[in-house]
Design a protein around this ligand. Structure first.
Ligand code: MN
Length: 199
């Protein structure tokens, strides 16, 4: 099995009450692990079994004949990136160079939160909302299903999973409350700053 499911970067109950251990048990233990298992089945016996997730995502994006590999590789990558986008000591405000870039792009940290919440809240169906670096300028982008901004040359800094399985056990249909909890209490600004390109 070439790919495995990375452990969560904190204890399963560490994000409560904003995300419960019950949600994480299903989301990490069943959904994330399920994408990895399906990816392993899809690449078995092919040259893709020897490549990194990032390479699989870039090489199979937009190829309808490689949908099973793209979708499961991207979902595997996106979930690991999502866990690391959150911290039990998250929330608060970004500092330093990241803060300057956020203020340049969105006017203020509050402006960033408003735009991020609006984009995550209006994403129709299943997908992801991202803070990305696009050639030195920060942007908030939505991707549907397993989409990943790397496929269009943008560098992910943070992500939020807005598939219903990410919040339904804790919030039912109240996606806006889940988004606000992420922005106010969970978002890992140190992780985002570490993902800034160093050019
Ligand atoms: Mn998910």
């Amino acid at each position: 099995m070439p790919f495995s499911t990375p452990a969560l970067p904190w204890a399963a109950d560490a994000l409560a009450p904003y995300i419960s251990a019950n949600t994480l048990g299903f989301h990490h233990g069943k959904h994330h692990a399920g994408y990895v298992a399906k990816l392993n089945a899809a690449v078995e016996g092919t040259p893709y079994a020897e490549k990194s997730l990032e390479t699989l995502i870039r090489e199979t994006a937009g190829d309808a004949t490689k949908g099973a590999i793209f979708n499961n590789a991207a979902q595997a990558w996106n979930h690991d990136f999502f866990w690391r986008s959150m911290s039990p000591t998250g929330g608060g405000e970004p500092q330093g160079a990241l803060r300057q870039k956020i203020e340049a792009a969105f006017g203020s940290v509050e402006g960033f939160k408003k735009e991020f919440a609006a984009k995550a809240g209006t994403l129709f169906g299943s997908g992801w909302t991202w803070l990305v670096d696009n050639n030195g300028t920060l942007e908030i982008v939505q991707t549907v299903n397993a989409g990943n901004p790397m496929t269009v040359g943008k560098t992910p800094l943070l992500t939020l999973d807005v598939w219903e399985h990410a919040y339904y056990l804790d919030y039912q249909n109240r996606r806006p409350d889940f988004i606000q909890a992420y922005l106010d209490h969970l978002v890992n600004w140190d992780f985002a700053a570490a993902n800034l390109p160093t050019d």
